[in-house]
Design a protein around this ligand. Sequence first.
Ligand code: SF4
Length: 333
Amino acid sequence: MSRPRILSGMRPTGPLHLGNFLGALDNWVRLQDEYQCFFIIVDWHALTTDYADPGPIRENIFEVACDWLAAGLDPARSALFVQSDVKEHAELHLLLSMMTPLSWLERVPSYKEQQQQLAERDLSTYGFLGYPLLQTADIIIYKANAVPVGEDQAPHIELTREIVRRFNNLYGPVFPEPKTLLTASPRIPGTDGRKMSKSYGNVVLLKDPPDVVREKIRPMLTDPARKRRVDPGNPDICPVFDLHKAFSPRETLEWAAEGCRSAGIGCLDCKGRLLDHLLHRLEDFHARRPEFASRPDTVWDILEEGARSARAAAAATMEEVRKVMRVGYGGAR
Ligand code: SF4
């Protein structure tokens, strides 16, 4: 019996950081054992906000692909590809737009939130409003059974289910309703203590060599009450301890928490132990990434091959969609 399908994607915004790794990528690598996976680099989604400056997108696609491969996404088991290489997504997006009420798109929480966050850009565009619908097309064109997402994306999957129900009611049962596979996203603080994000300039990149990771973590913000080595601290409000929770085993967590509260350890000891675990976890990644980065042709070939197998699945779905929506008249004479 064929394995259930999942689909997930990332925008090509450049090399990935620890937050992307723990919030998605690391989980995707494991999901490959259980599911038939489609992983998309969603370049059209990038254009919904970056349409005025598309220059970096190609290079960013390459960076994301290198990170995916180095992390262990396996092109022999999963389709890794670029969204715009499978034009069927655009066709399905267009057809879905005919039957999607505007109000469904306007009430998606990220619509207003992102417009406010990116106030310097003009996002009063059709593409930006319609992006959750394009995401719906990305998902259902592969008849995905589930979508691994963080909590912030859950409303988008709810919208997808609503659209599937409306489509199936109007035209017949073509699409399964995809489930949400909620990915627990631990709080990953950046080097300044705020959420790790490229827009804050506080990220530790997966591809940063160990020396650079050390340089970024050592001066990292800690509990401000620990001004001197002898001052006890509170690990619960320390961003370094949040990183420990993501990377260190239980004994180290206990050692850090106890040592912090009793001032038995200094912050540099604590960060040193964190760095040991963090760098150990990324060892395989660091060993593999330069291999891919130095062979761009291989990486682009992998993406092309992924697009080929994705196209076959997408084309089969579109045949059904055209038939039930009565579009495509070649041969109807
Ligand atoms: S000892 Fe560790 S947990 Fe405590 S304040 Fe310093 S870095 Fe943070």
